[in-house]
Write a protein that binds this ligand. Sequence first.
Ligand code: NAP
Length: 317
Amino acid sequence: MRVVIIGGSGHVGTYLVPRLVEAGHEVMNITRGQREPYQPHAAWKQVRQVVINRDEADASHSFGPQIRSMKPDIVIDMICFTLDSARQLVEALRGQVQHFLHCGTIWIYGHSVQVPTTEEQPRHPFGEYGIQKAAIEAYLLDEARRNGFPATALHPGHIVGPGWEPLNPAGHFNPQVFKRLACGEEVALPNLGLETVHHVHADDVAQAFMQAIVSWGSSVGESFHVVSPAALTLRGYAESVAAWFGQAAQLTYLPWEAWRTTVSEDEARATWDHIAHSPNCSIAKAQRLLNYQPRYSSLEGVREAVNWMMEHGIIRL
Ligand SMILES: NC(=O)c1ccc[n+]([C@@H]2O[C@H](COP(=O)([O-])OP(=O)(O)OC[C@H]3O[C@@H](n4cnc5c(N)ncnc54)[C@H](OP(=O)(O)O)[C@@H]3O)[C@@H](O)[C@H]2O)c1
């Protein structure tokens, strides 16, 4: 089939585009042409690159018609962040595509009620990103169920893989936290270190998109979490990372208001965003309906990213 992927040269697309090509699809990738995939792959030679700036095209209401003119069978939308942007695309593609796959986020839940969170749990999103993503999901599922628009929403957790810095055991992105744990140095965690983070390897997200395509009958009109089999507590995450290097983690704990003063504003903001969500999502629905079988646990996914950071001198022991 002809697959148009919007934003296919990032974390997920690096793995998804080669999978699509290998499955025999004709692939067109929409980007601004600024980024290269994280890993080279011969499959990219067969991909048609189309340069469009979605923000600019959305502003002039030309994005949907441009995608429609490519006559796709399948559209994979990796970079939709507002309800208005989703609406424009759906209006243009109504009756024109066999399958429309949207990349959402587990931030749609805000805080959890029962964990692991299932797709049937209530949404309490906070922050503009989560609020917009929840609105997009609700809109797409309504369009699918009421009007027969063939939409599926896939909600990744925190995406990791070799090539970029992973969310660390303190809930932010400073890679020095990994170094300190590896060297047996003290690391302070907020509260009791029992708030959670939920990673997923980018290749497992790609697997879920492929499985959703081949499972059309059970994926249309549905949303699915795409995460590793289990979330991590910050404390357990820190202890596991230290153990990789033969260390017992030297952890201290501080109440949030005290802890936040020990890190930069950016780090505190990132950690707050993660611990206020404390995601812990179930993959049972994706396993049952899509036969999603993640290859990586959270720790295995992070380990690949940490190895990459060590190979590239981002972490020096
Ligand atoms: N990262 C995470 O941990 C995480 C977690 C949960 C959910 N998600 C969801 O994952 C999706 C993002 O996927 P990703 O992480 O694979 O993407 P990504 O790594 O951020 O890559 C974004 C892709 O979109 C292109 N792009 C960016 N802005 C564009 C624009 N204005 N017009 C056209 N192309 C544009 C980029 O190429 P150019 O720069 O060359 O244009 C690139 O191919 C989002 O929907 C996000 O909500 C991410």
